[in-house]
Ligand binder design. Sequence first.
Ligand code: RTP
Ligand code: MG
Length: 140
Amino acid sequence: MTTERTFSIIKPDATRRNLTGAVTKMLEEAGLRVVASKRIHMTREQAEGFYGVHKERPFFADLVGFMISGPVVVQVLEGEDAVAANRKVMGATNPANAEPGTIRKELAESIEANSVHGSDSAENAAIEIAFFFQPEEIVG
Ligand code: RTP
Ligand code: MG
């Protein structure tokens, strides 16, 4: 077991429904500590850059449009095996397939409006954290 950091986004469907606290509570109950957090409204350029790996996918344009449709909360989470712990509490991409008790099963609206993003590896977590945060904004 190693303490590590991961990157999370509370997506516009969740901020719109005033679920920032509800999502954060589920993250904390999964053993994750919020060591950086800010509410932002992404620009189109930021969203296209962040999701650059998906730019050839059929859902890319819709996804970018959704992610800039309202504010998001970007967070750095810290804990034992944080990447895996966060993916577990998030649940499957499509809330219809997510396990009971996961954020997406309990709170998400659809495969696109699925309430949260979480890094899929420690390597990508480092890249995604650096995309939104300066080192001094993270207080462990
Ligand atoms: P995320 O990156 O947001 O943590 O989610 P994920 O790994 O579970 O899903 P990924 O395959 O990386 O897709 C990124 C986001 O794109 C939206 N999506 N829409 N309409 C669709 O078929 C579709 N598929 C994916 C979701 O918002 C997903 O979280
Ligand atoms: Mg992903």
